[in-house]
Write a protein that binds this ligand. Sequence first.
Ligand code: PMP
Length: 461
Amino acid sequence: PYQDMSKERMLDIRQNNCNPMTMKVTYYKKPVHIHQGYMQWLWDTDGRRYLDLFAGVATVSVGHCHPKVTAAAEKQLRRLWHTTSIYMYPTVHEYTDKLAALLPDPLKVVYLVNSGSEANDLAMLMARVHTGNFDIITLRGSYHGGSPLATGLTSNSAYKFPVASGFGCHNTMCPDVFRGPWGGRHCRDSPVQTVRNCSCSQDHCQANEMYIDQLKEMFATTVPNRIAAFFGEPIQGVGGAVQYPKNFLKETYKLVRERGGLCIADEVQTGFGRTGSHFWGFQGHGVLPDMVTMAKGIANGFPMAAVVTTQEIARSFAKGVHFNTFGGNPVACAIASSVLDVCIIYNGSQHISANIGTYLLHELAKLREKYEIVGDVRGKGLMIGVEMVKNKASQEPLPPQDLGEIFEDTKDMGVLIGKGGLYGQTFRIKPPMCITKADADFFLAVFNRALQNYMERRLKP
Ligand code: PMP
């Protein structure tokens, strides 16, 4: 009933006029035709309601069409759509001031851009200009963007093309305590720990030492001793909510800085309170980056992104002109400013992330006990991963087809979640930070039922 265009026509356009890869990542056998959204809910064109636990990949931070954010956008749309950094405009300056205040010293200089890829491109350029070095280190399994420069940072073959790119980018081992070679049972900063056996003790992570050793070996053998930067997400997003052992980032930052490099935190998914314990994911690792890149949740789904860095780095970069037509767009800034108000003043988004996220993690861990195919439950706040396996002993990834069945079933029962991980083996849960305990319970009941349905089908003769 709520339809501007028939489903058939839309599918036809999607097949013939859209990037063909969008068909591959449409995800569902029966795609969802969205009509509208409000807060944590989406409605399809048949009037069916879905609980949105993926939020356009952690992008809708405070809720679809949040009334306060929508009002701020409408007000700005009537006043001024565009100006460039040539002029002074209060909305842009107010936002810059507000954002800078949320970062610890000396991270106070804000560059506004339009996407996460663009933010990471800019951060790469700034790091190279400031240090005079070229080489950059990132972790395998990471996603930092799809632009020609950022694909070098991204270490996931699905996003790579056979063209010359990513010069000077080195992807080192990701310290994944579940799927990596060395385990690490007690070692990550999550309310739930992995069940995998390893030789780590409560306060000593042997796996971390091994990962740090291999990084040292990389510096000794394959990477020049002077580097420009290290890029790392505080929790890998596309990689499947992968968390590192507790001191990994701290020790990596030290090694990188000893070699003249800058440390860059990609907070595109983890920022704005999503990890619950802190406003920025890096704070949970006890590190202070030289640059922070952010996008997605920054403007609740409106295109915007930022790089925040220090005066010293900004001064080095000011040797050339950096200009960006849409960066700092007044409508984007009005929206982003209202998002901060909602996050901090009205909603307490970070607390919601901590409370509901911790509850979800504990309850999901019970499903891990119950089902042979739930290999790992991890994450922090509302940045959660559930890694699916054929069985716990082999830890072999559950094949995409099988995972797809559970995914489709969950959707048919009214809940949208995401997929990720190198083999597409991990469910990703990163809802708008306005969900309630009742929403969490609804999801848990649905997910339990979908797992049960899958097991029953598998056991059928
Ligand atoms: N960094 C991270 C951690 C991301 O998850 C993404 C997008 N998935 C990006 C960067 C790139 O952002 P964008 O798609 O806005 O270019």
